[in-house]
Design a protein around this ligand. Structure first.
Ligand code: AMP
Length: 472
């Protein structure tokens, strides 16, 4: 739910925000405790933050060097896309040849345009017909809207239509859009099947199918729906599959429903994009919210997503955050679609600065100005970590991700580190005890008393975990 500004939120008005900004080292009073990490390693200062916002990645070649039509080049120039991203440079020419392709690519790499451009090129000179020629299946409603919007941008002045069909919105409007004629249908598998059953969507003329974020669609349990849909599409179609990861279920789907697909790997060597700095905090569960507010004070994110595991947890954190800060909102699958759309529009427009989200909904978010990802709850699955962190560092910009780890969650952290083949750096906030220290023991006890200063914090990692961490 979008969370209202409260009287307390006023305390975080622009003037106060400015004064809370972490001062550069030289300005800090001499008596203030030194930060736990050297500032040079920390992502906190404004200068560093600015320096991290780099333009998009190196250019491979210009779109003009690809064999693309005039209307497409015009639409690309109108969209401000000067050069293809690596995924686009690799995928577009092969997709134009008409073959089946499996591309391992994360969101934020320009993968939508990588399949939209060749599809639109194929559809441009086709005589108009009522039924769609291209079908794009996506895991979430948000992604359906985003992909439809990307198509709309790249269609430019051509007479082509892309329609988004997804649950949570009245089906009637979507049926009407399809009736008016759409060359491209972008939808979630459940709604697509529903429309087929109502005879509002006919797949008989489909020539191109895209399975976008295939791993996520299978995670959510869409496999039976996807298979039903694919069986209804003509066998002669071209199938493109995009996925951040290619686990065995995705491979099996490809083997079954694709024709000798070529595999193209655009995944960065580090699974989590290398421009993203990644840190963790060890924290007692009951101190997480305090840590969150201290971290936000220190970092002053341009825009941040705070990920929680559960919908209820998301509501709780969002409500507490809104009592302290301006412009916090919540998004998760239980909220009405209209509200989700509004929250997303506000987040895109920068009116919402802090978005508290669950994995399923947060996954499709593509907003280039997200500077920080905060994993308030460590993700349950390693792939979710990769996807959460991938919300920042979009289009080659740099970003930073923080993960809160409670003393019992050391193994989970290790699993993530093994998955991304990289160690997260430990962070601390000066003067803030994220782990409650044991109380001093009374002098009368036989054992020498441990004071708060001498008491060792509870180890975060077990012996086995430490061994795994060393072995990495
Ligand atoms: P995606 O990976 O498809 O989610 O794309 C991430 C963002 O990059 C979207 O906002 C696109 O509009 C944008 N984008 C895609 N291709 C290019 C390009 N060649 N140049 C600049 N921006 C792009």
């Amino acid at each position: 739910m979008p969370v209202e500004k409260t009287a307390e939120a006023g305390a975080a008005g622009p003037a106060q925000k400015k004064s809370r900004r972490r001062k550069p080292k030289a300005e800090r009073p001499a008596e203030s405790p030194p930060p736990a990490r050297k500032p040079a390693e920390g992502p906190a200062t404004e200068a560093r933050r600015q320096a991290r916002i780099q333009p998009a990645r190196p250019i491979l070649k210009r779109f003009g060097e690809m064999v693309l039509s005039e209307p497409m080049l015009a639409a690309l120039s109108e969209a401000g896309y000067e050069a293809p991203t690596p995924v686009q440079a690799g995928l577009i020419p092969k997709a134009l040849e008409g073959r089946d392709l499996m591309g391992q690519a994360q969101t934020g790499t320009g993968k939508t345009a990588a399949f939209a451009i060749p599809l639109l090129e194929k559809l441009t000179d086709k005589p108009r017909q009522r039924d769609p020629s291209a079908l794009v299946l996506v895991p979430t409603r948000e992604l359906a809207v985003q992909v439809r919007d990307e198509f709309a941008k790249l269609i430019g002045k051509r007479k082509l239509n892309a329609v988004a069909v997804y649950g949570g919105k009245p089906i009637r409007g979507q049926i009407e859009h399809l009736r008016q004629g759409a060359e491209i249908a972008v939808g979630t598998p459940g709604r697509v099947l529903d429309l087929i059953d109502r005879r509002a969507l006919n797949l008989g003329a489909i020539e191109h199918v895209v399975l976008d974020e295939a791993d996520r669609m299978l995670d959510i349990g869409f496999r039976p729906d996807i298979e039903k849909i694919l069986r209804r599409c003509p066998q002669s179609r071209q199938t493109l599959l995009l996925s951040a990861t290619i686990p065995p279920p995705v491979k099996r789907l490809a083997e079954r429903y694709m024709h000798e697909p070529e595999m193209l790997d655009f995944s960065p060597k580090d699974v989590a994009v290398e421009t993203i700095e990644q840190f963790y905090f060890t924290v007692d569960p009951q101190r997480k919210f305090d840590l969150l507010t201290r971290l936000i004070e220190r970092e002053q994110p341009r825009q941040a997503i705070v990920f929680c595991r559960t919908k209820r947890g998301t509501d709780r954190v969002g409500a507490r955050l809104a009592r302290r800060l301006n412009s916090a909102a919540v998004i998760h699958g239980d909220l009405p679609q209209k509200l989700r759309d509004r929250v997303m529009a506000d987040f895109r427009a920068g009116k919402v600065r802090y978005l508290v989200a669950t994995d399923v909904v947060g996954r499709g978010i593509d907003v280039t100005s997200i500077s920080h990802i905060i994993n308030f709850d460590i993700p349950e699955f390693c792939d979710d970590y990769v996807h959460r962190v991938g919300r920042t560092g979009r289009m080659g910009r740099e970003g930073v991700a923080y993960t809160f780890v409670s003393p019992e969650e050391g193994n989970e952290l290790t699993r993530i580190e093994m998955r991304i083949n990289r160690l997260l750096q430990r962070d601390e906030i000066a003067g803030f005890d994220a782990i409650a220290r044991p109380e001093p023991i009374e002098a009368a006890t036989a054992e020498p008393a441990q004071t708060a200063q001498t008491a060792k914090p509870k180890p975060v990692f077990g012996r086995r975990t430490r061994r795994i961490r060393r072995a990495l």
